[in-house]
Design a protein around this ligand. Structure first.
Ligand code: P1T
Length: 394
């Protein structure tokens, strides 16, 4: 029997099946790769005492390894993981109480918008959506009960870049307002929001951090000890936790994050420059282009842009549909940040939960296409876009 101190001399078949070879301390072995520890519970030396872990929802060695790695990548003290990006958002928003107020980007991932608009408001939390590129509008959005500022930068799907340092300073001048930055589009490799005064970084790890389109997971990364204690309490109380298998996969993926992001960055910029010259393309929304309205802010707080950006063409819904259905290397699907290239139509896909009036107000039209440029050969990707644009506009 592997378990030290196991005194039964001749255990029966069932006992043997359960205990033979089992060593609760095996995760301290010399394994070079972090083991997947699936145990939902951990042995206690005495009732109520435990070494590091007691129950899988409150902590697990594989999850702990991932959380430590995520914190280190942002130069932060703490990281917590959740079973989805929206699970991370739900948990962070649960720091608030009835009667509190959130100021959020008007251009946000559709699911975050829906959570704030349709769920948080029902729980008695007020939300104001505003354009964070307009400081005067943001200033006028503050109320006495404002407790949270939720930024996405670059925004999804319009790629607006907002000034994290200026907005964090503004939030702090209004008291104890928690500033959260959704850093999903860039990852800690291209932007570290805590360095610019944000309190919490939120990630959909589903995207670049995992990068293989096979895990749904989210994270919160932060320095503040008191906020960390409150979030740990909520992580355990709400129970929106990821599985050890998924934690293993994301932890493994982080080992190639730098390499993947360098390639995404390079290929997407090349494609953005190619699209800018295309006669049927009217606008390319990519923060790395000098034509981007917030290019200077992007240079200040980002060390480059990832593989996700949008563009507008001179046609309408019909041309968008033909273009997207004609792609052969890009796959028509929601999501972003994987090794495979994806293309989508926000009005009918990722942002379909927004009302037609809001879509129009924001400028999310049927001619706006979002790309997630993957790691395929750049020539194949450009040839694919070229042939699909030809078919759409012939
Ligand atoms: O899908 P999930 O892991 O729950 O993450 C939600 C989320 C949060 N923040 C941003 C910026 C996101 O883009 C997402 C998910 N986005 C898509 C599925 C998409 O295609 O845009």
């Amino acid at each position: 029997m592997g378990d030290q101190g196991f005194l039964v001399q001749k255990p029966g078949f069932a006992t043997t099946a359960i205990r033979a070879g089992h060593d609760p301390s095996y995760c301290t072995s010399e394994a070079v790769v972090t083991p997947i520890v699936t145990s939902t519970t951990f042995k206690q030396p005495a009732p109520g005492e435990y070494k590091r872990f007691k129950y899988g929802r409150s902590g697990n060695p594989t999850r702990n390894t991932l959380e430590q790695c995520l914190a280190a990548l942002d130069g932060a003290k703490h990281a917590l993981t959740f079973s989805s990006g929206l699970g991370a958002t739900t948990t962070i928003a649960s720091l608030l109480s009835q009667g509190d107020h959130i100021i959020a980007s008007d251009d946000l991932y559709g699911g975050t918008d829906r959570l704030f608009r349709a769920v948080m408001t029902r729980l008695g939390i007020e939300v104001t959506f505003t354009d964070f590129t307009n400081m005067e509008l943001v200033k006028s959005a503050f109320k006495k009960n404002t407790k949270l500022m939720w930024l996405e930068t670059p925004t999804n799907p319009l790629l607006k870049v907002v000034d994290i340092a200026a907005l964090s300073r503004l939030a702090k001048s209004h008291g104890d307002v928690i500033v959260v930055v959704d850093n999903t589009f860039l990852t800690s490799y291209l932007q570290r929001p805590l360095d610019f005064g944000a309190d919490i970084i939120m990630y959909s790890l589903t995207k670049y951090m995992n990068g293989h389109s096979d895990v749904i997971m989210g994270a919160a990364v932060l320095n503040d000890d008191e906020l960390n204690t409150r979030l740990r309490f909520l992580q355990n109380s709400l129970g929106i936790v990821p599985s050890p298998m998924d934690c293993y996969l994301v932890n493994r993926s982080l080992k190639t994050l730098a390499l993947r992001m360098e390639q995404h960055k390079k290929s997407a910029l090349t494609i953005a420059q190619w699209l800018e010259k295309h006669p049927k393309i009217t606008e390319v929304l990519h923060p790395g282009l000098p034509t981007h309205p917030q290019h200077e802010i992007a240079k200040k707080q980002m060390t480059g842009h990832s593989g996700t950006f949008s563009f507008r063409h001179s046609g309408g819904l019909k041309e968008s549909k033909i273009f997207l259905s004609s792609l052969q290397v890009f796959i028509l699907a929601e999501s972003l940040g994987g090794y495979e290239s994806l293309a989508e139509l926000p009005t009918l896909m990722t942002h379909a939960s927004l009302s037609p009036e809001r879509l129009e107000l924001l400028g999310i039209t049927d001619s706006l296409i979002r790309l997630s440029v993957g790691l395929e050969d750049i020539d194949d990707l450009i040839k694919d876009l070229d042939q699909a644009l030809k078919l759409a506009f012939e």
